[in-house]
Ligand binder design. Structure first.
Ligand SMILES: *Cc1c(COP(=O)(O)O)cnc(C)c1O
Length: 227
């Protein structure tokens, strides 16, 4: 089942890329395995999936301990509490949800020296929702934060991430993602060497790819509904 789901998600990505004149290698599929058992990760791995994302540190560590023989690229996509930064710095390759200098500083301090730099994205609260983490979509604030973060060792700013508010139509999905692209362009024009737009989930993969996403984070469409 998982292998089949993966195949159809990959096809969906390929079609969307083709339709919007993009190379499918530009888009990385990150399988979101939260609430799903290690065995399901193993099945996806057997179907050649390598990027996996988790939202909760404790749950992620339990699964990672069962999967040590696999060469997985681990992404952290949950809210980052400061008392969890050490484990994130030690156990993950990517953290998508950095939204303050304080958290970035801790990740930098705690990233083990023998590992490659931790890849980070800045989370943008693109719809300015009270319920969501992330910095507000403001170019000046974004550039100020990016400037401080780029001075820190052992972490590497790769780009931006968002979790949009649910939209009722694809036109408003578009508008939201286009605002992410505009912020990303502002960053690039300010001289930052970023290459990642982490946006798009099971329900809006196509729109995200149409707008320029380079990482889609897909859970339900691969693993089924979460319990
Ligand atoms: C759970 C989650 C996803 C995956 O969502 P699906 O709708 O199941 O594809 C993607 N990104 C984040 C940040 C999540 O928390």
């Amino acid at each position: 089942m998982i292998a089949k789901n993966l195949q159809s998600v990959r096809q969906q990505i390929q079609h969307a890329c083709h339709k919007h004149h993009r190379h499918s290698e530009e888009v990385t599929l990150v399988a979101v395995s939260k609430y799903h058992a290690a065995d399901k990760i193993r099945q996806a791995y057997a179907a050649k999936q390598r990027h996996f994302a988790e939202n909760y540190v404790k749950e992620a560590l339990e699964k990672q301990a069962l999967l040590t023989e696999l060469t997985i690229i681990w992404h952290f996509i949950g809210h980052i509490q400061s008392n969890k930064t050490r484990k994130i710095a030690e156990q993950f390759d990517w953290a998508h949800t950095v939204d303050s200098l304080k958290i970035a500083q801790r990740l930098s301090d705690q990233r083990p020296k023998h590992l490659d730099d931790l890849n980070i994205c800045l989370q943008i609260n693109i719809d300015a929702e009270d319920s969501k983490a992330g910095i507000l979509p403001d170019t000046k604030a974004l550039i100020a934060l990016a400037t401080s973060i780029c001075t820190l060792p052992r972490i590497k700013l790769r780009g931006l991430m968002c979790i949009p508010a649910p939209k009722s139509d694809s036109k408003s999905e578009y508008q939201t993602f286009r605002r992410m692209v505009a912020l990303n362009t502002d960053l690039i024009n300010a001289g930052f060497n970023v290459d990642t737009l982490s946006m798009g989930m099971s329900a809006d993969i196509d729109t995200a790819i149409a707008c320029g996403s380079t990482m889609v984070r897909v859970g339900t469409a691969i693993f089924g509904t979460r319990h």
